[in-house]
Design a protein around this ligand. Structure first.
Ligand SMILES: Cc1cc2nc3c(=O)[nH]c(=O)nc-3n(C[C@H](O)[C@H](O)[C@H](O)COP(=O)(O)O)c2cc1C
Length: 354
């Protein structure tokens, strides 16, 4: 650990940068091509202004919410992040345990240094499992394994098929160690080799037929991650998925994509009230969480902030990050005159993303 005083999430990014070898730091921070979307993701949160209410008794506040019937202490999930074990030996095991300490859940990724069974065996809560659709056989196998291990939902990521180049990684000749991300795919050595060589290009194309096929495979809630278009959102709702994550993958897939937060209100407008919307890409503060909820998100996911904590101090570092964001959410609610998450809505914000 280093000597950087860490009182907010940004401090943890400085800390992670000082600890990690440059290629790994660049892998976390970097994104597609010119990284325009990465910049928009955080900038667009600044375009939302909150309008607090006063003369409200804010002594007793409660940040709890529930997602598909599962209670979480505050409306944040850890985003699925592949290869966490590269940044600290605790890897996804550490981030999942940290989520439990904080009273929230982890979206455990397919690409992981610990298998989904190992994670389930060593933790107590029900977490979500994230899937990349490499091919039908693997998808079927992963879903069955996730069901048998007690995961509470399947999160299918659809925005990873064919991505722009991540130029930082190309310059650094980045080579990730297979053992740090391939534990769930050990029965498919050919696939590991293929992903290693070709990255995301090794995935099958995902169409609405694929989603319908996956919908029929499982009774678990199915959440589709990587949606920015209102038309896609509406179609997915019609197919019968249970929710979506409005996400541009933290700016890592296609550059110049719209920021997630500016896409959210348009999506909220076209789906039914009950359809669950989640959001990630750019959340760095508790007030960002409040802003996302006010525009229609049920909860948000955090990717890089979790990794900054993990790189700094493994499981403990992730616990610190989650504690900070929870405290900030509580403070932001108090400041806005809200005592329950359910009171947060679009009447408390003004925004102009143009
Ligand atoms: C290093 C890294 C690896 C990632 N791996 C995955 C992955 O395996 N599956 C996935 O669905 N998303 C992956 N993501 C995207 C995150 O789930 C999430 O969408 C993104 O990080 C959110 O943006 P934020 O980093 O600004 O919070 C990854 C992100 C990073 C930074």
């Amino acid at each position: 650990m280093n000597q950087i005083k860490k009182i907010n999430i940004h401090d943890y990014s400085l800390s992670a940068k000082s600890i990690l070898p440059k290629p790994l730091w660049d892998y976390i921070q970097g994104g597609a091509s010119d990284e325009i979307t990465i910049e928009m993701n955080t900038n667009d949160f600044k375009k939302i202004k909150v309008i607090p209410r006063r003369m409200i008794d804010i002594k007793n506040r409660n940040t709890t919410t529930s997602i598909f019937g599962q209670k979480i202490k505050f409306p944040v999930l850890i985003a699925p992040v592949g290869g966490q074990r590269q940044f600290h030996e605790d890897g996804v095991m550490g981030s999942t345990k940290a989520a439990e300490t904080a009273g929230i859940i982890n979206v455990v990724p397919t690409n992981s240094g610990y298998s989904l069974e190992e994670v389930a065996k060593n933790t107590t809560e029900k977490h979500w499992f994230q899937i990349y659709h490499y091919d039908k056989e693997v998808t079927k196998d992963l879903i069955l394994r996730a069901e048998n291990s007690g995961y509470s939902a399947i999160c299918l990521t659809v925005d990873g098929v064919r991505t722009d180049r991540r130029e930082r990684d190309k310059r650094n000749n980045l080579k990730l160690e297979d053992s740090k991300w391939g534990a769930n795919l050990i029965n498919y050595p050919g696939l590991i080799q293929n992903i290693s060589l070709k990255g995301q290009d090794s995935m099958d194309t995902i169409t609405y037929d694929t989603i319908t096929w996956i919908r029929e495979l499982t009774n678990l809630p199915l959440i589709i991650k990587g949606i920015i278009s209102p038309d896609d959102a509406k179609n997915l709702e019609e197919i019968g998925v249970n929710g979506i994550v409005v996400s541009n993958h933290g700016g890592r897939v296609t550059d110049s994509m719209q920021s997630s937060i500016s896409a959210l209100p348009k999506i909220k407008n076209v789906v039914n009230k009950e359809f669950e919307l989640y959001l990630d890409s750019g959340i760095r503060r508790g007030i960002d969480v409040i802003k996302a909820i006010s525009l229609g998100a049920k909860a948000v996911l955090i990717g890089r902030p979790m990794l900054w904590g993990l790189a700094t101090n493994g499981q403990r570092g992730v616990e610190d990050i989650l504690k900070i964001i929870h405290e900030e959410i509580d403070l932001a609610m108090a400041g806005c005159g809200k005592t329950q998450i359910s009171q947060i809505n679009s009447t408390m914000v003004e925004y102009n993303f143009d």
